[in-house]
Design a protein around this ligand. Structure first.
Ligand SMILES: Nc1ncnc2c1ncn2[C@@H]1O[C@H](COP(=O)(O)OP(=O)(O)OP(=O)(O)O)[C@@H](O)[C@H]1O
Length: 269
């Protein structure tokens, strides 16, 4: 194999590297099965949008992947290895490479933004305070917040600033994958578009992999490389928007071709 062919082959491997794999994941609460042998793959460097009807189990899956919710059967792999059959030390390695932005930011109201951003640093890193302060400032800059926001309390921030502060905390440990739970909900269309742009920039500059639960069709069209649809307790389909537009399933058809969706394809860049 020539060096060029080898490079190409390596590039191919990198492009297809699965950062996250859910294999036959089943989750139930009592007799109610919410996810039934669900399979999903998230590839390094992609922005995957995750959609599904209200109550279909999007949050349950995200919580299960993060180890916050037990599964009845199946396997979840993060970074190529079983996410849960691990020692505490190995699990910490996964946690450090994983950032999460919960739906409403989930910032501690009694802590300043800077202190919120430093929570993961305190938990996983042993750094002197001046260095943590500098890192927090860098994270604020990364998400487009002014330095002064670091000394504010969450109640003093706008909804858009809270999302950015939550994202800064999710990025505190320089993760390889971030989970975003409805990051643009509650934002006005301009704020939502700016947030989308920020996420796309972070992916491009940091090589982040992004798993984004969303109901926001604009986000799906503007920044997602692929979209996975949850329905009937499993992933019905995962693919590009064009693949989903052509996918013959009533919920998928009405989601992407319904009244609210109609205006968007015309605006696709
Ligand atoms: N801890 C729990 N105990 C019992 N049932 C639960 C629990 N957590 C979630 N559920 C149920 O699981 C189902 C899926 O809920 P989930 O919150 O994942 O939906 P979702 O797709 O995220 O909805 P939405 O888009 O409205 O946020 C719901 O029927 C919910 O009531």
């Amino acid at each position: 194999m020539t060096a060029a062919v080898q490079d190409q082959a390596l590039e191919g491997v990198r492009v297809r590297e699965a950062v996250l794999e859910a294999i036959d994941v089943t989750v139930a609460f009592g007799d109610t099965v919410v996810l039934d042998k669900l399979c999903l793959e998230v590839v390094r460097g992609e922005i995957l949008g995750f959609v599904g009807a209200s109550g279909s189990g999007k949050s349950v899956l995200m919580r299960t992947i993060l180890g916050l919710n037990p599964m009845q059967s199946g396997r979840i792999e993060l970074f190529g290895r079983d996410a849960f059959s691990r020692s505490d030390e190995e699990r910490n390695e996964i946690d450090v490479k994983t950032g999460v932005l919960f739906q409403h930011g989930a910032l501690f109201s009694s802590l300043t933004v800077k202190e919120n951003i430093q929570i993961p640093m305190r938990e996983y890193l042993d750094l002197p305070r001046p260095l943590m302060d500098e890192l927090a400032r860098l994270k604020l800059e990364l998400v487009g917040l002014p330095r002064s926001a670091g000394d504010k309390y969450p109640a003093q921030l706008s909804g858009g600033m809270i999302k950015r502060a939550g994202l800064a905390r999710a990025l505190a440990l320089d993760p390889e994958i971030v989970f975003l739970d409805e990051p643009t909900s509650g934002l006005d269309p301009i704020g939502a578009a700016e947030f989308d742009e920020l996420v796309a920039n972070l992916r491009d500059t940091m090589g982040l992999t992004v798993y984004m639960v969303t109901h926001d069709l604009d986000s799906l069209y503007s920044i997602c490389d692929r979209v996975a649809v949850l329905g009937e307790k499993r992933v019905l389909v995962a693919g590009t928007i064009d693949e989903l537009l052509a996918f013959d399933h009533p919920w998928v058809q009405s989601y992407f071709h319904g009244k609210r969706a109609r205006a968007i394809p015309r605006n696709r860049s």
